[in-house]
Unconditional design. Sequence first.
Lengths: 380, 184
Amino acid sequence: MVVKQETKSMTGNDAASYAALFAKPDVIAAYPITPQTTIVENLSRFVDEGKLEAEFVIVESEHSALAACMGAAWSGVRTFTATSSQGLLYMAENVFWTGYGRLPIIMPVVNRCLAPGWNIWPDFQDSMAFRDAGWIQMYTKNNQEVFDTTLQAFKISESKDIALPSMPCLDGFVISHTTGQVDLPDPEDAFEFVGPYDDPVIALDVENPWAYGSMTGPDQYSKHRRDLMVAMERAKKKIIDVHKEFEERFGRSYGNGLIEPYGDDEADLTLVTLGTIGDEAHEAIDRLKAEGHNVNALRVRTFRPFPVENIVEFAKKNHKLVVIDRAASFGHDGPLRIEVEAVLKRHNVDTSVSGKIMGLGGEDVPYSAIIDLAKKELKE
Amino acid sequence: MIEVIQISRGGSGGITGAKILAESAMYEGLDAQAIPKYGSERRGAAVEAYIRFSNAPIRIHSPVYEPNHAMILDISLLDRIDISKVDKDGVIVVNSKEVPEELKGTGRKVAYVDATGISLELGLVLSGFTLVNMTMLGAFVKGTELISFENLEKAIRNYWGEKRAPKNVEAAKRAYEETKVVRA
């Protein structure tokens, strides 16, 4: 049965903050950076007002913020932080430590492009740079999905058979500072869904001491990395299961949790997207269909683990995929396009793939631009 | 879908006003969105915000380029809006004691009120900036008739809380009563 919820008007950063508040993390350490800052401000206010009983660790940098979270996570408690862009880069060493160390820290990344040129607007270059850091990455399309995904992330990451950190990603400003409507459950219902973090893989136990981060030879090292690969594979099913449980309790869903198809199962042309461009693409699809074009869309919600099977299955029924990337792998192409193409090739799917890099540094990608792209691709 | 562009000066509360307007539309049963345009905006500089209302879920995330209505919190920023892009049946809501010269004879629907005067009388001043945001929301709902004053008041009270709400509600109410709507 779907629980009672109340519609509120709030920014995307507020939505991330409420998800964290309701999940009751024990430790929060974060450093302000535009456009993430209001998440940290909200949480420090919640702690100050006594709404949240968490240890709020004040730090002097993002590197220290994640280091403090790592210490907390190693002691076996629920841990939360958030960052953006240059702040994420400054954390880099610890981002890999967290992923490879299997610490289930939840860290929304409010996507903002990287300098130079100095620019505070969104693209996905920041989180894409950490594609291989061993974190679950989910890209959201609106304020509601930020709340829902952040809440789900705790349950997915902290599962004993997963033990991986999560990076819910939200477009800077376009989501983070935009006011929209969010259906909020009662905090008790939200917490009941997440559950307490009472059975961590790693926890401080003075009776049974362990050492972490010691010298590891090649045999053990590659075994650890293989374990990480296997855990990521397991995470696919976990994401689907948690998403389904969420839907049963709160009545909202995003495809199967890994991918969100939109429109008919089969079309002449498919727009493949990440983030808010996915929402804007839905608008474009409806308008193109009204003009008689046979088009549909596929929003990749979970980028890591990459939903290989779902993309292959979807692509088999379709004819031409046009991937819109909001990041670039210089010397190659857009990261999403590269992966989609590779997956289809490996599975002998002959659906054609093309793509375009759009929206870098906050360049606006209105539905009209998506319609123009689709029409051009339909002609080719 | 109804789209609005609001122009204000940094420090006068425009971004907060846009947020509150989106919340009042929610009480009206509409989906609503308020997008602040950030960049090198600072106190005294021109600041844009975009507001959308719709009966259906809003899936557009872009700025507004061709608004149904425009709201100008500082009349010296009137030239920042390309009036030809504003829907011809839309309302141009301005903080002005009279119909601005630039709009006279254009046939445009203009809603005007001396928001600065009202806000000053009520002492809505912060760090030297007259806060005309709530005042202008009163003028907006009067001029466009999209949202009831009751729902605007509810959003203002919810945002400002018991202590700070009365003055802000008073500012909106006085503007709502004093706004004149004419064909320029």
